[in-house]
Design a protein around this ligand. Structure first.
Ligand code: FAD
Length: 439
């Protein structure tokens, strides 16, 4: 009997350094590349699960992936709906013998995986989204140190190796011969267009410009440009700025849907260091990518506990979330000009610098008395680079309900203003803009 596999792309929309897809190609006689969007209702509420910026960026990436797969005489099939139900329908139609996808260690995605396992077909889920492979760590993920510095030091002492990136497949197996009968659902049409002036004017990540669009090609080109401008040598000095194209790497949108892998970035930074010299800034890019890994591995250890109101905090606090304050925050109408500028930037562009993310998150939790999970939900909807691990990890950290040894981070907006926007340049970029989200 022929091996017919469904490869379901998740946050790994690339062909280079995609070991799971490579395996699907080498193990199968026939292969159906698939992408399953969530149910359409999830796009439609006041806080859509995937807001317009991410939808658009994802659309660009999927279109490119489809075109690339076409050059291999293959294709990318898209469906909307429940992950397991959609896979089941297709598996039955094409008589699939196996389903392969990348493993995502977050609660909803693990539930999806379990439901697919219940279909009764062989399922293989392969972890591949961290810079360091779990098998290379000097501890089991379930025993990892809680504190980031301890985690980092153990990795540095052991001089952990980053596995070399894997190549693109040389060929992709042919599509299954069975005819699929739900073709009309295969080309979902996103019914919106971000407004060009809103998005790209003043944006630190203008994804409507081809250099910043979704897809593996632009991700790789962006990395090459970043390296050829020698920006890794100055990253640490500029990374806390609030706005601009080059103050930080801007890898995150592509990383979040897997147009590029963290391992590949680390490999190229390493090559750069060998060629042009290492310094504190080149090290710091690695350091930040390690934070990304850290929040991933914490999910192996704590799973669903990271998603409760009190997080890992054993002292249960009772406080009442103030919905009216949440509304002024998302609408950029708190009256604090720095916060309002940040919330408008997020809404109109889908991107926010790390510093502004910290400031607006702290303000929501400590000054406006809101539940951190509402903030995380808003970020999930709005951020172009939403990543389940990094988003929840950072919100918990700031709220003092995660693994921060200092028990949370409260940012003083007066001080932050003086340090990061003393001439009001950033605030002035956004002061004429106005958001009106009905709530
Ligand atoms: P750079 O400063 O150039 O960093 C390089 C890479 O290192 C980033 O692309 C990212 O992969 C990683 N990185 C940097 N800082 C962090 C960090 N604090 N935590 C984890 N990884 C980090 N990042 C996301 O990718 N998705 C999210 O949904 C997300 N939500 C966040 C929510 C809050 C409240 C905060 C405070 C931070 C959040 N971050 C998130 C982390 C960080 O702000 C972004 O990764 C960074 O701003 C992206 O821009 P960059 O690629 O230019 O980052």
């Amino acid at each position: 009997m022929a091996n017919t596999t469904i490869y379901c792309f998740r946050n790994d929309l690339r062909l280079s350094d995609n070991p799971a897809f490579l395996k699907a190609c080498s193990d199968s006689d026939f292969l159906l590349p698939l992408f399953c969007h969530p149910k359409e209702e999830l796009f439609k509420s006041n806080i859509p699960r995937i807001g317009i910026h991410r939808q658009f960026f994802l659309r660009q990436a999927l279109d490119e992936l489809k075109t690339v797969l076409n050059t291999y005489n293959s294709d990318l099939i898209e469906v909307y709906g429940d992950f397991a139900e959609e896979i089941k329908k297709i598996a039955e139609t094409i008589h699939a013998t196996k389903i392969i996808f990348e493993k995502i260690e977050a609660p909803e995605e693990l539930d999806q995986e379990n439901s697919v396992r219940n279909i009764g077909i062989n399922v293989e889920s392969i972890w591949q989204s961290s810079m360091i492979a779990p098998s290379e760590l000097p501890f089991k993920t379930t025993d990892m140190p809680d504190i980031f510095t301890d985690f980092r030091k153990q990795i540095e002492i052991k001089k952990i190796k980053i596995m070399p990136p894997t190549p693109k497949p040389s060929s992709v197996p042919p599509l299954p011969i069975y005819k699929l009968h739900f073709d009309k659902r295969f080309n979902p049409d996103y019914k919106f267009t971000p407004k060009k002036n809103d998005q790209n004017l003043n944006s630190s990540f203008p994804y409507l410009e081809s250099q910043y669009s979704g897809g593996e090609m632009s991700a790789l080109t962006h990395l090459e440009n970043y390296l050829s401008l020698k920006l890794p040598h100055t990253y640490k000095e500029t990374r806390n700025q609030l706005s601009g194209l080059h103050f930080s790497t801007k890898f995150s949108p592509w990383l979040s849907i897997g147009c590029i892998s963290a391992k590949y970035i680390a490999f190229k930074i390493n090559e750069f260091e060998k060629k042009f010299g290492a310094n504190e800034s080149t090290y710091w890019i690695w350091f930040e990518l390690l934070w990304r890994d850290y929040f991933r591995f914490l999910h192996f250890k704590y799973g669903k506990n990271l998603y409760t109101k009190n997080g890992l905090n054993k002292n249960l606090e009772s406080f009442k979330h103030k919905e009216e304050n949440f509304n002024i925050w998302i609408n950029g109408k708190t009256g604090n000009q720095l916060i309002d500028a940040g919330m408008k930037e997020l809404f109109f562009t889908g991107y926010l610098s790390n510093r502004m993310r910290q400031i607006v998150a702290s303000y929501l939790i400590y000054d406006l008395g809101c539940d951190w999970r509402k903030g995380a939900q808003w970020f999930e909807s709005q951020l172009i680079d939403y990543d389940v691990y990094s988003n929840h990890g950072n919100w918990l950290y700031i709220a003092g309900k995660g693994t921060d040894p200092r028990g949370g981070r409260r940012f003083n907006t007066t001080k932050q203003n003086l340090e990061h926007d003393p001439t009001d340049t950033y605030k002035n970029l956004w002061k004429e803009k106005s958001i009106n989200i009905l709530n």
